[in-house]
Write a protein that binds this ligand. Structure first.
Ligand code: SF4
Ligand code: SF4
Ligand code: SF4
Ligand code: SF4
Length: 285
């Protein structure tokens, strides 16, 4: 998967036609073969842009950035990224008319060791679902069959005490840096209730109990919205398996809320806005 040339050409054309003020893409990091996000402001800099199987980050996160908020923006989205864009559009966080979206029919991205990332192995929606033009050949697998994440299946097989002990260890290693929340495109609240500076509900201290409350609240705010892009995990300095929280929520919601999968359908407000006479109501008092 290499769309570097095409993306440079499209970005140059968009600047030349005066259609965008900024292009959000990827560039080489300058010291190994990994990439970082880049905001390109002029046609002179489009040669910095790259796109390969190392373009791992979800660039939609940069649409909540002050440098893009009131501008016309060009950006690249893979399948998972485009689902978060769909949600940001539905939740009125960005205006579609201000965006030029290059969608990718994604073949998966690799981690530092060159292995296909786990979310790509499990990917149910590889093709971008919102775009102005598409690069690659769509796999058209969207929403075909729900793939249960192997880690979630292993967790389900554990005893309750075993699972509690496992998560205690996970939460113990959280340093409350909030990088997970800041790197999530769907965490855009100006004042976040779990922020250490503004927290009234949560102890800002770096304790297992505070981390537990913060991360559980965060994962519940992403329930039915998380698109499994793993931006949060990539940002976590403690390398915590945050996907366990989100994938567990995703599988429960898929099963109980009419096979809901976040951000796949434009305008879909999410699982908690849906009602059907067939909904199981065994959890309602
Ligand atoms: S999760 Fe799917 S869309 Fe996202 S990078 Fe992996 S293969 Fe591509
Ligand atoms: S919680 Fe993590 S995986 Fe889910 S959408 Fe946010 S950054 Fe992506
Ligand atoms: S954790 Fe909740 S309150 Fe905080 S930014 Fe995310 S969605 Fe908003
Ligand atoms: S990024 Fe990792 S260490 Fe930082 S708050 Fe999130 S889970 Fe904790």
């Amino acid at each position: 998967m290499n769309y570097t040339k095409q993306i440079q050409e499209i970005a140059a054309k968009l600047f030349a036609e005066g259609k965008i003020d900024v292009f959000v893409g990827y560039r080489m990091n300058g010291f190994d073969d990994n990439q970082v996000p880049v905001l390109v402001n002029t046609a002179d800099d489009v040669s910095k842009l790259v796109f390969t199987g190392k373009s791992v980050f979800n660039l939609v996160n940069y649409l909540k950035n002050e440098h893009t908020r009131r501008k016309r923006v060009g950006l690249v989205v893979k399948g998972c990224d485009s689902r978060s864009l769909n949600l940001m559009l539905t939740e009125s966080q960005v205006k579609r008319e201000n965006l030029y979206v290059i969608g990718i029919a994604c073949e998966g991205v690799t981690d530092d060791s060159g292995q296909k990332m786990q979310n790509c192995v499990d990917c149910m929606v590889p093709d971008a679902v919102v775009f102005d033009e598409m690069l690659g050949t769509p796999a058209e697998l969207q929403h075909a069959t729900y793939k249960m994440n192997a880690d979630i299946a292993s967790l389900a097989a554990m005893s309750l005490t075993g699972r509690a002990a496992y998560f205690e260890e996970v939460f113990e290693n959280c340093i409350r840096c909030n990088a997970c929340r800041h790197s999530c495109p769907l965490c855009y609240c100006a004042k976040c209730c779990i922020d250490q500076e503004t927290a009234t509900l949560y102890n800002g201290a770096n304790t297992t109990s505070a981390a537990f409350h913060a991360l559980m609240t965060w994962s519940l705010h992403l329930a039915g919205r998380c698109v499994d892009c793993r931006n949060c995990e990539k940002a976590c300095p403690s390398h915590l398996p945050l996907h366990l929280l989100h994938k567990q929520n995703e599988s429960v919601i898929y099963e109980n809320f009419q096979e809901h999968l976040a951000g796949v359908i434009p305008g879909d407000r999410g699982a908690f806005y849906k009602y059907s006479m067939k909904d199981p109501d065994d959890f309602i008092m």
